[in-house]
Design a protein around this ligand. Structure first.
Ligand code: NAG
Ligand code: NAG
Ligand code: NAG
Ligand code: NAG
Length: 558
């Protein structure tokens, strides 16, 4: 951790030297804890007090190193500031994918591409009247694919901040390749999402049931609650300091009588009808942008050594972590991804292993996949509720143990018993670890409605616990699964937009970089695949993720 921290510090210092002034402004703007959250919207439901900022309730003050890291992280995910879309401004001036275009640029003046080159597409954003946009901030996704080869790779999108964008792809296979560019949100929708996250971080409603004898009562809970309404029960975790509060029941029920935790709905009507026009499925929400002329090129075999040295080809600056070929995910750099085609190969790999999965339903999918795929892995009935778990499966002949447990609040589900509401960091502290222990963590989906600082703090606690685990048992295999793309309707995007997720994803990858852990890059694995985006990626993607995980547990020996 110290190494990665000193890396952040040096990066931060470098950035500071190159632009102290600009960075200070950015940091100030992003420092939510210093933002005034008092702007009260008339449609706000009354319960939550905005007098106190979200962060004043967030437990312990960060140390100077933590504050520095937080600033660096927030700076690294800063989205271009755009003019908020005023109620008076017409929708016709917002980004319209149907009028926007992209063009594949010639490579070095020639329309000839080879494996090992990169391909660049220039995206020109226009509004509903066909006028070019003059500022950046649109949220675009880009993918390069070859359907007949079942090949695909995520593109890297560069915002030139003037209404044009570059989508850059590494060319990794021969044949015809197609470029896909999708507008997830117009730049004008971003301030709406930002406002929801900053001013309504409590738009998912949580409750707990308190019960003792014949008395029972349900009260509201959250990371923070106003203190001037009603006494609070303080459930701040003594080990990590993660805050959580519920209103104290009005009846004679003590804070100790809290028995469960659940999601009690969402705050509604937080945006105007006009703002809703910025989130029209298929129109300006996850809508395709078309090619100006041709969306496809033919990639020729890799150039011969002699040619490339005389042409002084620039090395590929690929940022992709992997790609699909013939339907299988191949990593770029790192471990070779093996294909675990049958149950015997998987069982052989997992023999004598204890696999602990912690987090949200996106890691539960791995548990479900393995328990349904491996005939000898028998689920032990722990009498847990269907979605919340915990779950456990064993294969006695092969000495395999598989466990799944959800992460702690703000998990947003059907009722989960307080006894099962555990923080991942605390669970990791309870593991001995070792070469037979595998840990898979996925924690992101339930954080999208909160300020990024909340997520950073949670990951910091998990990272510390991972470092402790790897210190006491360096051979432990730790895998971290990143965020993935999901289907977006108007309602869904207001709470769970990919725009929230992309920032969590980048924070997650930055915070665990440099540690001896492995990533399952769910972001790229869902972006590069042709199957529709879904909070729960479809089975072929899960199968590839399982292959990735198993390849790290059982790497090929050279
Ligand atoms: C936008 O910015 C890019 C990069 O700076 C530049 O190459 C391009 O000419 C600009 N385009 C317009 C339309 O201003
Ligand atoms: C809740 O408890 C934690 C730790 O015990 C403490 O630091 C925090 O100040 C308490 N919160 C309130 C609002 O009293
Ligand atoms: C999401 O949030 C909006 C308000 O911001 C709300 O109206 C909607 O019901 C929420 N629920 C879901 C499932 O997306
Ligand atoms: C588009 O480019 C591909 C590959 O270079 C070529 O085969 C195809 O004919 C082109 N299509 C059009 C409409 O120009």
């Amino acid at each position: 951790m110290w190494m990665s921290l000193s890396k952040y510090i040096s990066i931060f210092l470098l950035l500071t030297l190159s632009g102290l002034f600009i960075i200070n402004i950015l940091v100030w703007k992003l420092d939510l804890c210093s933002l005034d959250l008092r702007r009260i919207h008339s449609e706000d439901p009354p319960p939550l007090d905005r007098e106190r900022s979200f962060c004043s309730h967030l437990g312990k003050e960060p140390s100077p190193e933590e504050a520095l890291e937080e600033r660096y992280l927030l700076e690294s995910i800063a989205w271009p500031e755009t003019q908020p879309w005023l109620t008076s401004s017409p929708l016709t001036q917002t980004s319209d994918p149907a009028h926007s275009l992209f063009a594949i640029l010639p490579a070095g003046g020639r329309r000839e591409w080879h494996v090992g080159d990169q391909l660049e597409a220039l995206v020109l954003m226009k509004d509903f009247q066909g006028r070019p946009k003059s500022h950046g901030g649109d949220f675009l996704l880009a993918r390069l694919h070859s359907p007949e080869l079942e090949a695909g790779v995520a593109g890297h999108v560069l915002d030139h901040r003037n209404g044009t964008y570059s989508a850059i792809f590494p060319l990794l296979w021969e044949g015809s390749v197609w470029v896909d560019v999708t507008l997830v949100h117009p730049s004008e929708a971003v301030p709406v999402l930002r406002r929801l996250r900053e001013e309504h971080p409590d738009r998912v409603l949580y409750k707990s049931l308190f019960r003792s004898g014949i008395l029972s009562e349900t009260t509201m809970c959250n990371l923070r609650l106003p203190t001037n309404q009603q006494p609070l029960c303080n459930y701040t975790d003594p080990n990590t300091g993660e805050p959580w509060y519920c209103y104290k029941p009005k009846q004679l029920l003590s804070c100790d009588t809290r028995i469960n935790h659940f999601r009690a709905g969402y705050q509604k009507d937080l945006i105007t009808d006009k703002e809703a026009l910025l989130f029209q499925s298929g129109v300006n929400l996850k809508a395709r942008i078309h090619a100006m002329a041709n969306d496809s090129v033919t990639v020729l075999p890799k150039k011969k050594e002699v040619e490339s040295s005389s042409a002084k080809a620039a090395p590929i600056r690929t940022t992709a972590s992997g790609y699909y070929f013939q339907g299988s995910w191949r990593g770029l750099g790192g471990v070779v991804i093996r294909q675990f085609k049958d149950t015997t190969a998987i069982t052989q790999c997992l023999k004598d292993k204890m696999v602990y999965m912690y987090g949200d339903s996106t890691v539960r999918q791995y548990y479900e996949f393995l328990t349904s795929f491996l005939p000898e892995l028998r689920e032990f009935n722990l009498q847990s509720p269907v979605s919340t778990g915990p779950f456990m499966a064993v294969d006695i002949p092969h000495n395999i143990l598989l466990k799944y447990r959800s992460h702690g609040p703000p998990i947003s589900w059907t009722p989960i018993s307080i006894s099962q509401l555990r923080y991942v960091a605390n669970e990791l502290d309870g593991l001995a670890g070792g070469s037979k222990t595998v840990v898979v963590i996925s924690i992101w989906a339930h954080f999208s409605t909160f300020p990024v600082q909340v997520y950073i703090r949670r990951l910091r606690h998990i990272r510390r616990a991972v470092v402790r685990l790897l210190d006491r048992a360096p051979e432990t295999v730790v895998l971290v699964r990143s965020a993935n793309l999901r289907a977006q309707s108007l309602q869904e995007s207001l709470n769970f937009s990919d725009w929230f997720s992309v920032q969590l994803d980048e924070v997650l990858k930055a915070m665990f970089r440099g540690l001896n852990i492995f990533f399952v890059d769910a972001w790229e694995m869902t972006l590069a695949h042709h199957l529709p985006h879904d909070i729960h990626p479809h089975p072929p993607i899960i199968k590839n993720m399982i292959n990735t995980i198993l390849s790290h547990i059982c790497p090929v020996k050279n």
